[in-house]
Design a protein around this ligand. Sequence first.
Ligand code: AP5
Ligand code: MG
Length: 227
Amino acid sequence: MLFGAPGSGKGTTGKMLTKLTGWPHLATGDLLREQIARKTPLGLEMQSILASGQLAPDDLVSRMVWDRLGWPDCASGFLLDGFPRTIPQAEGLATWFQGREFRPVLVHLWVEYNEILRRLTGRRTCPTCGAIYQIDSNPPQNPGRCDHDGAALTTREDDKEEVVLQRLQTYQSQTWPVAETLKRFEIQVEAIDCGELDPEGVADRIVTRLERIGGKLKKGIGSTSAR
Ligand code: AP5
Ligand code: MG
């Protein structure tokens, strides 16, 4: 479970870890934005909630996750990004894990407040393949165009400054207690200080920690340095 404030790097790191481990990257924010882009009834309902920086209803998001976790590609491991995000979601997930053969770990990505604001105001994403850029620290080769498919990059609706502030507030009030809730269920929590690290460094540090806990990861690709 990749856990952390908006802009802490859950999506960026999740994509890298998927390549390293072979585990699918299940990001609830991406799943909801996909519904919005497809203009499904659910997407139309969710549009204003996401644009305001509030959270989608617990039962709806949880059902989406339980359904996705039943797919065969999750059988030997998965990366959750942005879930659980409230105490009821955390309790639901802890219950889901009971009696199943997984070793769940919450990976808490720590990033300073000012760095979060810097990152989110310069984030750009590819609407076609989902690649994530930052105009200063991780710019595309051709300005405004995705390196992978050349699509025009977009700014997320909820990256406007006032919405970012609301998302950070929502994080503090509703999401922050999730780590403590999971500890009560004896789920391991690993804090990763991401302050000075580039995305590769963050992924590398996570792999090192996970291998310390559970042995070699699926694809057998270990970290390049011990931390
Ligand atoms: P979601 O899409 O999950 O948004 P979020 O949690 O606010 O997180 P972000 O996606 O903004 O940031 P990130 O941590 O993925 O960072 P990223 O890798 O992009 O959720 C959106 C909305 O959906 C919610 O507000 C809510 O409404 C709804 N929702 C989702 N899940 C829900 C749930 N469970 N329950 C209810 N509602 C839910 O990186 C950010 C930037 O930093 C990028 O530009 C990147 O290039 C850059 N960057 C990343 N890592 C580094 C690094 N190490 N160094 C320098 N730059 C970096
Ligand atoms: Mg994300």
